[in-house]
Write a protein that binds this ligand. Structure first.
Ligand SMILES: Nc1ncnc2c1ncn2[C@@H]1O[C@H](COP(=O)(O)OP(=O)(O)OP(=O)(O)O)[C@@H](O)[C@H]1O
Length: 595
């Protein structure tokens, strides 16, 4: 396939010469037209320059075409021979000569004329609109002959002067053809490479984009467009201004750490990861299936609708005590919070933030998913370098004793930053004493939901409202016997579990009230055997005999751990095994679940 070239000659002589030379070019299919400056742009548009791979022209016309066309434009040079030829022609001219030309011609002529010791006064054309004035000035100074560019000669003749054009000769045109061949090869190579990369990006299941933190979208692949439901000509990424300003505040952390956040698009939750890319641009990756993090430490930027303690449901003595204590601790730069899974540790931390000196700080959930040197070093870096944020850190109890002691060496009190260590169990029974000491007087305990069941009704009502909205239902309440059954449940997953049970109830019921039978049916279908758990009370637990022995053993261990407030020493004692054996069993089970 031949390279398609459009050559627009600013003067007829160049057109004639080019036409003669095209015959010798096997690899090029050259179309030659004539046109100077704006006229050349009109010619290019008329012929449809987009069908050509490369455009060739000369001087100011080439410059103008470059500004107006999408194609690469090659300029026919003015070689030393070309200049020499013209200078030889004018050297014996008796009248006054002046050169009026574009900068590149002036430079070339100067270099050659200096060598030959021929000095021609000259004026440089910066803009094509200057030509008229410069010619008139030359005329006023007594010039009879003007040498220069096509446009200069035209104007000079109009003002009654002689004009000689610096013409490009054969070798200059051939040089332009050679450049066209080379440029095409390079472009073709990059185009192939670009197409291949685009295909690879499109085939990856992930949505990938490059954005600026003002929302500008610089690049994205096809999966990204689909996940975000945007058209391919969209130039901004649809993130809320709140999220964008939060991300801006996290710029310095993104320079060394990927930050995760979630975004709901048309009811689907997208898991997003963002990190500094290059030149004030950020790489945003999104996944619409839950992507199990394989990294040892993850950082998630979490936003919340909770800004005050009044948004924390419940009136029980237990929750009021929590709120009182949280109010006292809210402005502490370093503190800890503990309570079972789903007990509302994060909502309470958000309420504290809303009423504290840290209310403008982005909230980052830092999780040690695998206790390793990598996780420890990443955490240390975050503690050393982050400012203006709340770091809510989970999983430090899984670090080894040396690493835990290492954390105590860091200056964790930074201005305008809060560090909250979060635990499931009382850290007094699990942490290295030295590490514990740095926050032990600022420790907030959130009791499990089963110890404040009088709050259950309020939680359930709020969740009913929330899920009515989500599923378009009109459930008005729950019958007292149904609520009573729920109140006697263990709620191993606490408020989080209550939320998912109410979600299932709302999906299940069709009438206006949740009845006892609805609760019984939903609980019977749920993975945890509530009914038996309710009946069994503390001393017995339900056992699914269809499960493998390892699962049953773990179920027993977890129940005793729960009853012993996650204290491993007491649990081991109660089970009649050593603490090391208990630890090994838990670890083995955890690994078998993961693997
Ligand atoms: N960012 C949030 N904004 C508003 N409500 C939230 C937020 N996070 C959680 N909740 C509500 O609070 C309930 C309990 O929260 P969550 O499960 O996060 O508790 P937690 O104790 O922090 O959990 P975990 O132990 O898993 O860290 C959730 O079921 C949800 O209803």
């Amino acid at each position: 396939m031949k390279i398609k070239v459009l050559l627009i000659a600013p003067y007829s002589g160049l057109k004639e010469l080019a036409l003669r030379l095209t015959k010798e070019q096997d690899e090029l299919e050259i179309t030659v037209r004539e046109g100077d400056l704006e006229e050349a742009v009109a010619v290019a548009n008329e012929i449809g320059s987009e069908q050509f791979d490369i455009v060739i022209s000369r001087g100011g016309t080439a410059k103008l075409l470059r500004e107006n066309l999408g194609q690469p434009v090659i300029e026919i040079p003015l070689s030393g021979y070309d200049i020499l030829r013209t200078l030889t022609l004018i050297k014996d001219y008796k009248g006054k000569v002046e050169m009026v030309a574009f900068p590149n011609i002036c430079q070339g002529v100067n270099a050659v004329s200096n060598l030959l010791d021929i000095h021609i006064p000259y004026s440089v054309i910066e803009h094509s609109g200057d030509v008229e004035r410069l010619i008139l000035e030359a005329k006023a100074k007594g010039a009879k002959l003007i040498v220069g560019d096509t446009v200069t000669i035209k104007v000079a003749k109009r003002h009654g002067l002689q004009g000689i054009l610096f013409t490009s000769g054969r070798e200059s045109i051939l040089e332009a053809f050679q450049q066209a061949r080379q440029l095409y090869l390079v472009l073709h190579k990059y185009e192939n490479r670009g197409n291949m990369l685009e295909k690879i990006m499109d085939q990856s299941g992930e949505g990938v984009a490059v954005i600026s933190l003002n929302g500008e979208l610089h690049y994205c692949n096809t999966p990204f467009l689909k996940m975000w439901h945007i058209a391919d000509d969209v130039t901004t990424v649809p993130l809320s201004s709140g999220t964008l300003s939060g991300l801006k505040a996290l710029k310095h952390i993104m320079a060394f750490q990927t930050i995760a956040f979630r975004k709901v698009v048309q009811g689907r939750e997208l898991h997003c990861q963002i990190r500094y890319f290059d030149d004030e641009k950020y790489l945003l990756k999104t996944d619409d299936t839950f992507n199990k993090e394989s990294k040892d430490l993850t950082v998630e930027y979490l936003r919340s609708s909770i800004h005050s303690f009044t948004q924390i449901p419940g009136t029980s003595v237990a929750i009021r005590k929590v709120i009182n204590q949280a109010r006292k601790l809210k402005n502490e730069g370093l503190m800890a919070i503990y309570g079972e899974k789903g007990v509302e540790k994060k909502p309470i931390a958000f309420a504290m933030r809303g009423e504290s000196v840290f209310h403008n700080c982005p909230f980052l959930v830092v999780t040690i998913t695998h206790p390793s040197d990598n996780a420890y070093n990443a955490l240390k870096k975050l503690l050393e370098k982050s400012k203006g944020v709340i770091l809510y850190i989970r999983g430090t109890h899984r670090l080894d004793p040396v690493q835990q002691r290492g954390l105590t060496m860091l200056n964790q009190h930074q201005e305008n930053r809060q560090v909250i260590y979060a635990f499931y169990a009382d850290p007094k029974s699990t942490l290295e004493p030295e590490f514990l000491k740095i926050f032990s007087t600022r420790l907030l305990h959130i009791p499990p939901l089963r110890e404040r069941t009088e709050d259950l009704g309020e939680h359930i009502r709020l969740f009913i409202g929330q899920f009515n909205e989500k599923y378009g239902k009109q459930v008005a309440g729950i019958h007292s016997d149904a609520l009573e059954l729920l109140s006697t449940s263990i709620w191993k997953g606490n408020v989080q579990e209550c939320e998912s049970i109410v979600e299932r109830l709302i999906q299940h019921v069709n009438g206006e009230y949740i009845h006892l039978t609805d609760v019984e049916q939903v609980l019977a279908d749920s993975t945890i055997n509530y009914k038996s758990a309710v009946i069994s009370g503390e001393r017995t637990i339900p056992i699914d005999i269809n499960k493998p022995l390892e699962d049953i053993e773990n179920q027993i261990i977890m129940r005793i751990l729960e009853l012993e407030n996650m204290n491993q020493t007491k649990t081991a004692e109660r089970l009649g095994i050593t603490r090391a054996t208990l630890w090994r069993k838990l670890k083995k089970y955890e690994q078998s679940q993961r693997g």
